[in-house]
Design a protein around this ligand. Structure first.
Ligand code: NGO
Length: 484
């Protein structure tokens, strides 16, 4: 199982076998949709009727217990008589059902009827996450991904108890979210992508659908509008955002660091005020990411001014600021989340310390460990390697608590695995870079420190391969894993 639960005990001599007459019981209307979706999946693969029932069933989801395990925690017991999952509320039940899916044979994930038996070795599990933020980022700017593609991605990451989806929605190569007050951002700024092909963007309805779909899987969307650099698509769409009112051409290559909003123009902040307002209005999560990375074309003094003014606008629209670690050189409002993407470099670590000294918290995305777009090895046909090669072992074998020396445990919100898409133009390629590394990052975010052990993890990871085959995931069959 991945992530490894906090505590698991076998129940010797007990085996649960799902039979044709099984029922699914729920005692809380809030958990009804969770049970329904679980039952629907199992009906397809088992061919059983699996009717829903109020209160206890063969498989029971029950709220109002296990309160000490927090909103995401749960208890699970599988024995000869049935399976019970107990949690404080619906979110914990959802995580527990995710575990139950992994306890069942891989063929339970199939879209058509399979032969049993449907057995689970007797067990009790008590589980609660180590960190509250366990994210994945998808860059939909360098290449655009449709709502349906992102939904499949959400489905796959939710199997590993990921609870944040960071969408990188604007960059030099494309603006991907509708903004009514600045319509050319998508109409023109979203029209292309890397390589020069047609891009795309999300309408408000599309974005709402992604937020809803992720929410159903207890994943909060964190939208990113990258500023003041990585803004060529916006600058190309509106001449007035540029120094000298001259719009650049659209850009479809992959250099970074050449674009900048104009820091000393009022229109820059009118623009951001509108964009942040419209994005914030559509985002139930409490965080809005304003980028802040690689502003190499913004003079440093101006960058610091920008951080103060732009963060103020995010706060004005009721959200906490999130930004890449460069923003920590500026003055940060209370509640800011700083995303560390450094390697072992002292300058980046210094900014992480600066963030913590200002009271900000950290989400860890060390590029040489957590970047899903780094090549696995020299011959990987996709991806980049500026942060080094990132094998499955390299991405798993680190400890969030000690990655940056002298950061108090209370300052770490969790981990996130970013997937940048300069070289990835379809979902198969996205899957290839994401699996098998993402489950390891998810485990670093969820499982207790004592459970983190590469040799044991390697064995557990090997078992996931059969699930990905059933789910039709194009994963990288890393040779260091004995895939079963
Ligand atoms: C950097 C850069 C991105 C690239 C990515 C590629 C950050 C935070 N900014 O990470 O624009 O796409 O590397 O790995």
């Amino acid at each position: 199982m991945i992530p490894q639960p906090t505590a698991q005990q076998p129940l010797l001599d007990e085996t649960f076998i799902l039979q044709a007459d099984a029922t699914i019981g729920v005692d809380d209307p809030a958990a009804q949709p969770i049970a329904e979706r679980f039952a629907a999946r199992l009906r397809r693969s088992t061919g059983f009727a699996l009717p829903m029932q109020d209160g206890a069933g063969t498989i029971t989801l029950s709220t109002g217990g296990a309160e000490s395990l927090g909103a995401e925690g749960y208890e699970l017991r599988a024995d000869t008589s049935g399976v019970t999952i107990t949690a404080a509320g619906a979110e914990g039940l959802f995580r527990g059902v995710t575990t139950l899916r992994q306890l069942l044979p891989a063929k339970a994930e199939a879209g058509s009827a399979q032969d049993g038996p449907w057995e689970i070795a007797g067990t009790t599990i008590t589980d609660t996450p180590r960190y509250g933020y366990r994210g994945v980022m998808l860059d939909v700017t360098r290449h655009f991904f449709t709502v349906d593609q992102v939904k499949k991605f959400i489905d796959l990451v939710s199997l590993y108890k990921i609870n944040r989806l960071h969408l990188h929605l604007s960059d030099d190569q494309g603006w991907r979210i509708q903004v009514d007050s600045w319509p050319r951002l998508t109409e023109y700024g979203g029209s292309l992508q890397v390589g020069g092909g047609a891009g795309g963007s999300y309408t408000k309805e599309d974005y709402a659908e992604l937020v809803r779909y992720a929410g159903e899987r207890y994943i909060t969307v964190v939208p990113e509008i990258d500023t003041p650099g990585h803004t060529n698509a916006a600058l190309a769409s509106y001449p007035e955002l540029n120094k000298g009112d001259q719009a650049p051409e659209l850009y479809t290559e992959t250099e970074v660091g050449f674009s900048s909003l104009t820091i000393d123009k009022d229109v820059t902040y009118e623009f951001l005020d509108d964009v942040f307002r419209e994005v914030a209005e559509q985002t139930p999560g409490d965080v809005l990411h304003l980028g802040g990375d690689e502003a190499h074309s913004t003079p440093h003094g101006e960058y610091l001014t920008f951080v103060s003014r732009a963060t103020e606008l995010v706060v004005k629209h009721g959200k906490r600021v999130m930004g890449w670690h460069e923003i920590a050189d500026g003055e940060l409002p209370a509640g800011t989340v700083v995303q560390y993407w450094g390697t072992e470099d002292p300058k980046a670590q210094g900014l992480a310390h600066k963030a913590v000294e200002q009271g900000a918290t950290l989400v860890l995305s060390p590029a040489n460990r957590a970047y899903l777009d780094m090549k696995y090895h020299e011959e990987t046909p996709l991806g980049l390697q500026w942060a080094g090669l990132v094998s499955v072992e390299q991405s798993y074998s680190w400890n969030p608590a000690t990655l940056i020396p002298n950061v108090p445990a209370s300052a770490i919100d969790g981990v996130e695995a970013p997937l940048w898409t300069e070289t990835l133009d379809d979902l198969d390629k996205v899957e290839f870079m994401t699996f098998p590394r993402l489950p390891g990052i998810a485990e670093l975010g969820w499982s207790p420190e004592s459970a983190l052990d590469w040799t044991a993890y390697r064995d557990r990871l090997a078992e996931q391969g059969s699930r990905w085959e059933v789910l039709d995931v194009n994963f990288y069959r890393a040779p260091e894993i004995d895939w079963r």
